[in-house]
Write a protein that binds this ligand. Structure first.
Ligand SMILES: NC(=O)c1ccc[n+]([C@@H]2O[C@H](COP(=O)([O-])OP(=O)(O)OC[C@H]3O[C@@H](n4cnc5c(N)ncnc54)[C@H](OP(=O)(O)O)[C@@H]3O)[C@@H](O)[C@H]2O)c1
Length: 249
């Protein structure tokens, strides 16, 4: 009988992978043979559905609940990933929240919520990754194209993402010695709950028309970029912000 020696699959943590962009990222990485931790905060059913899809395709995945706005969760998420699927090679900081309001009306609660999930969470996971990620690992942080737009109402959200971009570029310089790349992807508008919530058809049509491709981004458009940056041979893109937005800005 022929025994083929199977290569151990790499392991990825994808935060906020129960729905939206994160769910497509989890599916895309799994399609490349990567074992995926599908993190979620509240949507257990949706996270389990993504895991089921991956398993039906012959892949490996596990849903793990962790509210990443809470301080201790980064360590326990890494622990759980290592204990179940093995050493982590890829960290995708995708979980995020957007609350729009003029600065004059931003509540402390809203400020805290956005900073704690969009900035503190990725920071704590990157700190963990800096110590525990496999050599030649990948860190990919979800920023946003609004960072460069300075639109009214976006002050807090854009500030969290601008800070994350700064942290991305600096961490990239620190981790190169182990072959780890650290990059950010800054999507334009993508058709998910985060973006669609509260927008009229007319406003959506205007936004579509501003894009050279006359449409919104789809989660898959972003997942493909994550897939590329995650590849073992994607060694030479490091410390970059990839503005995946169809050319709108
Ligand atoms: N959509 C856009 O137009 C757009 C544009 C630029 C950048 N982005 C960025 O892309 C990322 C994904 O956005 P999206 O549009 O896919 O958002 P989404 O559809 O609202 O999905 C958010 C995901 O994050 C998870 N999540 C929320 N709170 C969490 C917490 N405290 N701990 C862990 N997970 C949590 C959610 O899981 P539960 O359901 O379990 O809570 C869900 O899986 C975000 O960082 C966002 O800022 C989005």
């Amino acid at each position: 009988m022929h025994h083929s020696k199977r290569k151990r699959s790499r392991v990825a943590i994808v935060t906020g992978a129960s729905r939206g962009i994160g769910a497509e990222i989890a599916l895309a990485l799994a399609a490349d043979g990567i074992a995926v931790i599908v993190n979620y905060a509240t949507s257990a059913d949706k996270a389990n559905t993504i895991v089921k899809h991956i398993k039906q395709q012959g892949g490996t995945a596990l849903a793990v609940k962790a509210d990443l706005s809470k301080p201790d969760m980064a360590t326990s998420l890494f622990d759980e990933a290592e204990n179940t699927l093995g050493k982590v090679s890829i960290l995708v900081n995708n979980a995020g929240v957007m609350e729009l309001s003029p600065v004059a009306d931003v509540t402390d609660v809203s400020f805290e919520r956005q900073v704690s999930l969009n900035l503190c969470g990725p920071f704590r996971l990157m700190r963990e990754a800096a110590k525990r990620l496999a050599d030649d690992g990948r860190i990919i942080n979800l920023s946003s194209s609004v960072v460069g737009l300075y639109q009214p109402g976006y002050a807090v959200y854009a500030a969290t993402k601008a800070a994350l971009e700064a942290m991305t570029k600096i961490t990239a310089k620190e981790l190169g010695g182990r072959g780890i790349t650290v990059n950010a992807i800054a999507p334009g508008p993508v058709a998910t709950e985060l973006f669609l919530k509260g927008k009229s058809e007319e406003l959506l049509d205007n936004i579509k028309n501003m894009n050279p491709f006359k449409r919104l981004g789809e989660p898959q458009d972003i997942a493909r970029v994550v897939q590329f940056l995650s590849r073992s041979d994607a060694t030479w893109i490091n410390g970059q912000v990839v503005r995946a937005n169809g050319g709108v800005v």
